[in-house]
Each structure stands twice: as structure tokens, then as C-alpha cells.
Ligand binder design. Structure first.
Ligand code: PEP
Ligand code: MG
Length: 575
């Protein structure tokens, strides 16, 4: 019988593949006593499970392609080291013998003891390692309990795997991407969570908010994911599967058609040229940006350089990445955003800064201004890279002018230090602000007097304006880009930029959604930055639009406060 699980589509496309279920929830472990004669067998069973877990990790590591810049392998190495640690294995075996209990229970007790030691450490980095212990041990427990579903993906045939998970972090998605997954659905997560953004960037069909995605679906059965509608289908017959395969072919044909627009300029019918830039998550995405015909990188999220590793990349490593990216952008601008760690971009390395409410806490530039060891190497690397091509630096989460001044002063000091060392850099490196906090949008005039450009970050701007967590599927219905308050803040920012002759772009997900392209054109936006996979669709809409005609509709739409009427105006604008 066919089963349909409904969620929120966050990355469009049809995926067909075998279901792989990943539940991060704690496995339930019970104690049971063993007769003395079975103890040696139990220890042998434990050793075999440890060996199998290590083997899994090695095999995952081998599948991470050589040259992956974020040193992803080190994340896996950390887990391997945990499993190779003598304390864990010897301690567990000792408990099996002395308590005469099952291996699962002994391992759990030993893990708890190790976690307690980590937690009691003063060093915040070491105390944050407890998650690694939990993850590594949970892999062994799954094997012992014969519930081995843990990212252990064998080749899934031609069609690959569709992951069904309770949740996926961006870091996990990067790993799964290297294992060639066809798509994924998760129970938790919002449409603008980082994992969803990454899925769009990597063009992996995905849905979030799918209730218990494993219910009604069996491990390894053929499933179909419609990433646009957010529907996962299981139990389909051959005829249905054939229908979805035809649909995949039609999608391929559509993409090929769009590719014909690649080298055409993005000009409206009335002759206005629009800049189309790409948001880049991983340095290797620069290739996708070029395939989509983007004229530059409007947002490089440097957080991904810090994920899945046990130490932060130093100045030299960051400089190398930026310089290599510049080579690949071939003269296009490279907008490097300084670290925006925290909230929806958790990074194990700095988890001690999370605070009680990470979205309102020490995230983005706030963390950088507090931790000079983090910020200075990044500013130095960006400035040094600017000697090799057109670089812009973009600062996230700026909220007040004091922060703006502090950043500008640090940039100046860094320039002076580099000049003393005889290092080359662009003395006029443009410094810009993400406008993603309502306070920044409301004070855009004073920000514009000090900065060289703006980039509107609608993902956070909407979250903070509407007090709606972008990660929480329960409030997804309140996350509304068309809310009049959001539109007014966007308009205000664009006007402030125009008055001060400061270019204003948009790099939030709204810029890559064709439903809003005409509205944004009518509001005055001329620089759009989005995932490479969205660029050609948006270009097509731009080429079919006449900005002169849009103004009248947009003015009417902005006066409207009733959500239904507003949606009608938008429909009119888009037809
Ligand atoms: C935004 O907030 O719109 C944005 C582009 O930044 P991020 O999604 O990385 O927070
Ligand atoms: Mg943001």
C-alpha cells in the first residue's frame, strides 16, 4: 500500500532512491545479567562491534574525496580516536567481567564515566568533546543492538539513497553529500535552516517537518521524494515509479533549456541590468556558480571552513582558500562574509559560546569582536587575498554603530600591520554590512554613511522582525517574507542605500525565490545573490519583466495590510 508523508518542501526536484533511516535519539540500553560461562563470548561480541564501528568510520573517511578543503576527515578521525582509546575498551571489558553484565550496559556505564571526566574539565574545548564521545559510542551501541542505521551507506544502486532522519546538521549533510545521497527528509528544521540552504546550494531535493519520517517506511525500500511539494512516497508500484522517473527526465530537460540563458545578460525588457551573484557554501561551489553564469560571489559563508574539524583553520589556510576561489571566479567579485558562527550555524569548536538563547546571543560579529584570535587571522587572510582579485568583506549581525566603528577600526589596524610587514592588499577593500537585524535596517542611513555596501539578509531579518525561529518547523507558517513589516524594512534599506549611493544587494533566500523577483525589482533591488541552482530561473523572470510597469503594482502591494489581498497583488505582479 502506498504511503505519503507530508512536510515542507525546501529544495525542489524529484529524487528516487532507497530509504536510509537515521535516528540520532539515544538508543535505549537495558542491563541484563550473564552466566559466568558466557562472559568471554560477550567480550568477543563487544570487540567485534568496536571493530565493525571503526571499519565503518574508515570506510566513510575513504569516501570523502581527496582535497576536500575543510579537512572533513578530521571529524571522522576524532570519532575513530575515541573508539581506539584504551580507556573506553578496557574499561568496558572490565565492567562486563566484574558486573557480569551485557556489553551494551557495560559500554553505557563506561561512556558515562568518560563523559563525566570530559565535562569536569576546565578547558571549554575539551568539555565540548562529550558530544563526540556520545556519537562514537552510539555507533557501537547500534551495532551491538543490531540497529545499525548510522550513516553506513553502501552504494544504493543507480538511484542512491534518500535519508530519513530526525534531524541533520549542515556538517552531517556535507558528509552525506560526499556519499552521493539522492535526497533527504527530516522531522525537524525550517525552510531557511542552514541544512535546507545547503541542500538548495548542492541541488539535493529535500523536505523538512516530515512527521516521524521513518514511520510507515522500511529501511532500504524504494521511496520517492518530491522536494518542491515536500512529499515522501513509499510503497509505490512499478507504474508509479516509472511516472516519477519520467518526471526526473522532464526536470533534466527543463534544466538544459534554462542553461541556454547562461551567457545572456540579465537585463529587463526596459533595459535595466541586474547583477546576479551566487551564494557559496563550500569553496568547490564556485564551479556551480560559473555553470549558472553568475557574475560573482555575493556571499561566501566562511563558517563551513570551520565545520567538521577539531581546530580552527589558521590565517594561511584561509588565505589559500580565498585565493583559490578568486582564481576560479575569473575576475568576478568575491564577497567574503566574516565568521557567522552560532545559532543556526553551530560549530562544535565553539559550542561553549552557545548561551541560553543562541539566536540572540554571542553569534556572528559579536563573537568575532570578543575573540580577537578568531577575527584577526580572518581579516588578515581576507585582506591578503584582496591583492589577488576583487574581494569585498561582508560583516554579519551588525546591530549598532559602535560595532560598525569597531569593525572598521580593526580593519584599519590590520591594514597597518600588513603594511608594516610589507604584505600586499587592496587599500580600498570594500567593507559592507549584512542588514539582517531590524535595528540595522531602521538605522540604515547612519550605517550607509560609514560603509561601502549592504547586503540584505532576509533569512535573519524575517526571523528577528517576526520573532519566528527560522529553524522551527512548528512556526514555519509565521515565517512570512511578505509581512508588511518585513517589506517596509527592505524598502527602507534600499532607500537609505540609494540616498547615500551605497549599493544594496540581497543574499537571503528571498532573493532566489522567483515568487518575489518582480516584487524586489519593483522595490529597487538591482543585485541579487542566491544559490547557484536558482540563478537561471530568476534570470528568466528578470528578462521577462518591465520595471516601469512593476512600480505601480508594487506601490499598491505595499499599501496593503490584508494578507489575502497582498497575495492577490503578488499574483498579479507575477502574471
Ligand atoms: C540571511 O540571514 O539572510 C543570510 C543570508 O545569512 P545566513 O542565512 O547565513 O544567516
Ligand atoms: Mg544571517
Amino acid at each position: 500500500m502506498a504511503v505519503a508523508l507530508l512536510g515542507i518542501g525546501v529544495s525542489k526536484g524529484t529524487a528516487i532512491g532507497r530509504a536510509r533511516i537515521i535516528q540520532h535519539g539515544q538508543v535505549e540500553v537495558l542491563e541484563y545479567a550473564l552466566p559466568a560461562r558466557l562472559i568471554d563470548d560477550e567480550i568477543a561480541r563487544f570487540r567485534a562491534a568496536m571493530e565493525a564501528a571503526k571499519q565503518q568510520l574508515r570506510s566513510i573517511r575513504e569516501r570523502v574525496p581527496a582535497g576536500t578543503p575543510q579537512d572533513i576527515a578530521s571529524f571522522i578521525d576524532t570519532h575513530l580516536l575515541m573508539l581506539e582509546d584504551h580507556t573506553l575498551s578496557a574499561g568496558t571489558e572490565e565492567i562486563i567481567r566484574t558486573r557480569q553484565c551485557n556489553a551494551e550496559w557495560a559500554l553505557k556505564l563506561q561512556k558515562d564515566a568518560v563523559v563525566r571526566v570530559f565535562e569536569s574539565m576546565d578547558d571549554p574545548y575539551l568539555s565540548s568533546r562529550r558530544d563526540d564521545v556520545e556519537h562514537a559510542v552510539s555507533r557501537v551501541l547500534h551495532i551491538l543492538l543490531d540497529q545499525d542505521r548510522h550513516q553506513h551507506l553502501e552504494a544504493g544502486g543507480e538511484e542512491g539513497h534518500i535519508i530519513l532522519a530526525d534531524e541533520l546538521s549542515p556538517a552531517e549533510l556535507v558528509l552525506l553529500h560526499h556519499q552521493n545521497i539522492a535526497g533527504f527528509v527530516t522531522e525537524r528544521g525550517g525552510a531557511v535552516s542552514h541544512t535546507a540552504i545547503l541542500a538548495r546550494s548542492l541541488a539535493i531535493p529535500a523536505a523538512v517537518g516530515v512527521p516521524r519520517p521513518d514511520l510507515g517506511v522500511h529501511e532500504d525500500e524504494m521511496v520517492v521524494l518530491d522536494g518542491a511539494q515536500g512529499v515522501l512516497l513509499a510503497g509505490l508500484g512499478e507504474a508509479d515509479l516509472a511516472y516519477y522517473r519520467r518526471r526526473q527526465q522532464a526536470e533534466r530537460r527543463h534544466r538544459n533549456e534554462l542553461r541556454k540563458l547562461r551567457d545572456l545578460p540579465a537585463v529587463t525588457r526596459d533595459g535595466v541590468t541586474i547583477d546576479l551573484h551566487a551564494n557559496v557554501e563550500l569553496p568547490e561551489d564556485v564551479a556551480a556558480m560559473r555553470r549558472a553564469g553568475a557574475t560573482g560571489v555575493g556571499l561566501f559563508r566562511t563558517e563551513f571552513l570551520f565545520m567538521n574539524r577539531s581546530t580552527a583553520p589558521d590565517e594561511e589556510e584561509q588565505f589559500d582558500v580565498y585565493r583559490q576561489m578568486l582564481r576560479k571566479t575569473r575576475g568576478g567579485a568575491l564577497t567574503i562574509r566574516t565568521l557567522d558562527l552560532g545559532a543556526d550555524k553551530p560549530v562544535g569548536l565553539f559550542s561553549e559560546f552557545a548561551g541560553p538563547n543562541p539566536a540572540l546571543g554571542l553569534r556572528g560579529v559579536r563573537l568575532c569582536l570578543k575573540e580577537a584570535d578568531l577575527f584577526t587571522p580572518q581579516l588578515r587572510a581576507i585582506l591578503r587575498a584582496s591583492a589577488f582579485g576583487p574581494v569585498r568583506v561582508l560583516v554579519p549581525m551588525l546591530t549598532n554603530l559602535a560595532e560598525v566603528q569597531q569593525v572598521l577600526q580593526l580593519v584599519d589596524e590590520t591594514k597597518q600591520a600588513l603594511a608594516r610587514e610589507g604584505q600586499r592588499f587592496d587599500a580600498k577593500l570594500p567593507v559592507g554590512a549584512m542588514i539582517e537585524v531590524p535595528a540595522a535596517a531602521l538605522c540604515a542611513d547612519s550605517f550607509a554613511a560609514r560603509l561601502d555596501f549592504f547586503s540584505i539578509g532576509t533569512n535573519d531579518l524575517i526571523q528577528y522582525t517576526l520573532a519566528t525561529d527560522r529553524m522551527d518547523e512548528e512556526v514555519n507558517h509565521l515565517y512570512d517574507p511578505l509581512h508588511p513589516a518585513v517589506l517596509q524594512l527592505i524598502q527602507r534599506t534600499l532607500r537609505a542605500g540609494a540616498r547615500a549611493r551605497v549599493p544594496v544587494g540581497m543574499c537571503g533566500e528571498m532573493a532566489g525565490d522567483t515568487r518575489y523577483t518582480r516584487l524586489l525589482l519593483g522595490l529597487g533591488l538591482r543585485e541579487f545573490s542566491m544559490p547557484p541552482s536558482a540563478i537561471l530561473e530568476v534570470k528568466r523572470v528578470i528578462m521577462q519583466s518591465d520595471i516601469g510597469e512593476l512600480h505601480r503594482h508594487v506601490r499598491r502591494l505595499l499599501r496593503c495590510t490584508d494578507p489575502e489581498q497582498l497575495a492577490q497583488h503578488l499574483d498579479q505582479l507575477n502574471t
